[in-house]
Design a protein around this ligand. Sequence first.
Ligand code: SF4
Length: 439
Amino acid sequence: MVNRIEMEKYERLFPEAQELVKSSQTPDLVEVQRILKARGSSGISLSETASLLNLLKAPNETLIEEVKTSAKVLRKKLFSNKLTTMVPIELGSYCTSNCVFCGWKSDNKKIQRLRLSKDGLLDELDYLLGLGFSHFELSGGDDILFLKRDLYEFVRVAKDKIKKVNPAGRLSVCLTPLTELHYGTLAKECGLDTVLTWQESYSEATFNKYMVDGPKRYGIDDGFKMIKDGKGYLDRIASQERAIRSGLQVGIGTMIGLCEDPLSDILSVVSHGKLLLENYPDALPLIIGMPIWREIINEEYDSRSEEQNENQQDLVEFFDYIASVYLLSLPDYKAWVFPNCRVSKSKQMSAIESAGMFTSTMVRVGPGAYNLENLDTKKKFSKSNVGLGELTAEDVLAGEQFVHYFDTHENYLHQFVAGGFEMTSESYFLGEAACKSSS
Ligand code: SF4
């Protein structure tokens, strides 16, 4: 097994990205064309990525289109017209962390909190398997008691259930970053395939400004205990390496718009991806997540300023451009760009056309929020801060983590097919990626 990446390298990701963004020139048409033409199978260099990102400082439509067109050609060459979908299943909205931007932060005393029971998880899976999904992401708040007591068992029963219906089905988690011991157990004993961990921000100052308390701020140890005076920011960046060493596929990404310097944050994702792939060339393709900072359901708990709202709109406008830069920057077949339902369907679709081959549909960001027909709350949930017997389907939906876009899986598929895409399962890409990147 290769040596671990030194922590200092992780610590330098953001400051070095900032330097590169600051020192690189905004390219003209000739330079953009040179960068795109010279691109080899290992992707463009970090300084070239910085140049392309700098275009967002004063967007020029011709240059932006030039980059998106090049990404579109590459996307077609690597993945043809194929596309695969995933769906998140929220396990619970209990959270011991306090992230300022999130509806489930421990400070939010108004939100109704729910924890899914094992029966509830199986019910949601049944429903979503019936719709044809083949990748399921178990996510939730930093519910340490749940992680310690139930996580292994929930992952095991979920994977067993998925395999019975679809042997090629895959399971991921998007939860508190865990230790190598935890990831090893999840991979080897419970059947987990993938770990998705979004960094929120690679800037330590931004991370600490928004992640003010709890396991996310400090990290956890093998016993699921919060680390006293730990650096959650660094522990989180290093978590993908721990998962790769345990044989898992990983996702990386930053919450676009959280950091005041979003271009350096985006460049840090690329730099992190390159670092992982240089050290672990046999790792499965990296999933490059594109979570966008969204407003939360209880307005009085939403701390975003007007200025931040405006900056956010600008970034949403260029969502497909950011997806394109990710694809062009990383090695062929080694990056699956993942546009999701935090942007409108048209923006999501545009990013898929330019660069994305892994996407989500029909997302609900609340526990138990998919199969609401014949809702038996006492069976579906194991814990709640309101009377379980009194909960209605509307109440369940009111507990979502943030505002997002929703449409049925069927409508999303209709749009994808109308756009010329053919739906496939991830195993197709894993087989293709394994063959082509090693040939
Ligand atoms: S972002 Fe995650 S860890 Fe932070 S408060 Fe929300 S649910 Fe908890």
